[in-house]
Design a protein around this ligand. Structure first.
Ligand code: PLP
Length: 495
């Protein structure tokens, strides 16, 4: 029988175990690790429909983490998906007509990043011990707002690990910023970076690929890894909630087992939607993938034309976690639609680096015909929050509102009535200004954090426990740096 391994999207010289891939984070050639094949999951297996989230997670992750023992896998999954989540369903589904929202914000930081970052520290610790790594792991993370906090929560006070988070100072919401700058833990550092998310992500990627720095650290007993979705350990746990949501629709009677569904995802780095695509590769009957963007609609244009082009202004929007032009997980998608052709992927990535642009070939375009793209403006997102609230009493955050708007456009244009799973990626309490606007609240004179209570009262919601009292928490990490000094900062922190 073929044993599942991991190789880089840019070369096939090296085949790694999951443990090795999760600890490394990124391949030495700059590529991302991908599984050598997709294991099959039989949705008609009568056991599957009875599984709770934890059981299903063990089943699916077990197919990928083949070098973990059953006891190791169980420990990781059970430590991750427990009472940290405020519902035993972990990722419940909320159906309104033909739209079914997968609520991915019931974890500690109120964004979907918790789904993977609750388990990643356990996967990494287990992987490090299995590969007999003796160095201390230094997690470097660039964040557009949500990854940073979720990674900090996941890794705070984990022994043998340090974590350093970089966020764009003016590119995150007030709640997101305070969540990060007030983070406790003896092993955590949080730094603002002047510039946008792409600047932060590029600066961090360069550190990973800096060989002399890598060697210097190794001599001192440290090794870098990543908690961004370039890490395969982020991606695989995200497959679970798509399978779980599909089964939930069957259980609630919205669809019959075997029926096709469409998928809509508010997209930035392309990790979340890629996990749904991987679920399809495993056998889930997912028909059309609707990739939703905000004003930074580089992905919409790519899906419509086959040309990826970042030579355009970077827009700061009210869905900041999607303010990205260089979508790193798209590389894994290119690998898939090129039939696993690492030369083609390397060429495209060279083009991106040199010219900020590349064009895929006809076969690849054909292979992504199950993807459609669309985008929404800030004003459209706010209007969508308003209409869902007024018509259904359901409150969306700005990112999910972008997704719903693009979904609604798609339905209007195509008449496709297929039941659709929409990834609901954040709690409305993280993006209060725009949500308040959508709910028709006059925000003049109300301070950012006081909006929380006003929004809760108006919508009849309870303020989620993790952000109660956030306003009064002390800022422990006030520092902002220039991206050019990132290397010195990191070296100083490690010392
Ligand atoms: C990260 C994030 C996204 C984008 O997800 P990707 O996997 O990067 O495409 C969308 N919405 C929210 C709230 C997020 O935090």
């Amino acid at each position: 029988m073929q044993v599942l391994k991991y190789n880089s999207t840019r070369s096939k010289g090296e085949f790694l175990t999951f443990s090795e891939a999760v600890v490394k984070g990124i391949a030495p050639d700059g590529g991302l690790y991908v599984p050598t094949f997709f294991p099959n999951i039989d949705i008609h297996d009568p056991e599957l429909i009875k599984m709770d989230y934890v059981t299903l997670a063990k089943k699916i992750l077990g197919l990928y983490l083949v070098d973990f023992t059953e006891a190791e896998l169980t420990a990781c999954v059970e430590s991750a998906y427990d009472s940290k989540f405020n519902t035993p369903d972990i990722a419940p589904v909320h159906t309104i007509g033909q739209a079914s929202f997968i609520e991915l914000f019931h974890g500690k930081t109120l964004a979907f990043k918790d789904m993977a970052l609750s388990i990643l520290p356990y996967l990494m610790k287990t992987g490090a011990s299995k590969t007999q790594m003796h160095e201390e792991i230094v997690i470097l993370t660039a964040t557009s707002g949500d990854t940073g906090k979720a990674a900090l929560e996941g890794f705070a006070d984990v022994e043998g690990v340090k974590i350093i988070v970089f966020y764009p100072t003016d590119g995150v919401s007030d709640v997101q910023k305070k969540q990060m700058t007030s983070q406790e833990g003896s092993n955590v550092s949080v730094l603002g970076i002047t510039g946008n998310f792409d600047d932060a992500q590029n600066a961090v990627k360069a550190l990973f690929l800096d060989e002399s720095l890598g060697k210097e650290l190794k001599d001192k007993g440290f090794v870098f890894s990543s908690a961004n979705s370039i890490n395969i350990g982020r991606l695989l746990p995200q497959i679970v909630y798509y399978v779980n949501a599909y089964l939930a629709l069957v259980r609630e009677g919205t669809i019959k087992l075997g029926d096709a569904v469409n998928i809509t995802v508010p997209t930035g780095n392309f990790g979340n939607i890629l996990a749904a695509y991987y679920a399809k590769a495993m056998g889930l009957p997912f028909k059309t993938f609707i990739c939703a963007s905000n004003e930074n609609h580089v992905l919409t244009d790519f899906i419509n034309t086959g040309v990826y082009d970042i030579n355009r202004p970077f827009e700061t929007t009210n869905s900041p976690s999607m303010d990205i032009l260089i979508s790193s997980n798209l590389e894994r998608f290119l690998y898939a639609i090129s039939g696993g052709n690492s030369e083609v992927v390397s060429d495209l990535m060279r083009g991106l680096k040199a010219n900020g642009r590349y064009q895929i070939n006809e076969i690849m375009i054909e292979n992504m015909s199950d993807f459609v793209g669309g985008y929404a403006s800030d004003a459209e997102a706010v209007d969508t929050i308003r209409s869902l609230y007024e018509n259904h009493g359901y409150v969306l955050d700005t990112h999910t509102a972008v997704a719903y708007k693009v979904y609604a456009d798609y339905v209007r244009e195509t008449g496709d009535q297929t039941q659709t799973l929409i990834a609901s990626t954040a709690s409305p309490f993280k993006f209060l200004d725009s949500v308040a606007e959508g709910l028709g609240i006059d925000t003049t004179g109300i301070e950012a954090f006081d909006l929380m209570e006003v929004v809760a009262k108006k919508a009849g919601l309870t303020i989620p426990e993790p952000v109660v009292g956030l306003k009064d928490k002390p800022v422990l990490h006030p520092k902002t740096i220039d991206k050019l000094t990132i290397k010195e900062e990191v070296i100083a922190i490690i010392k």
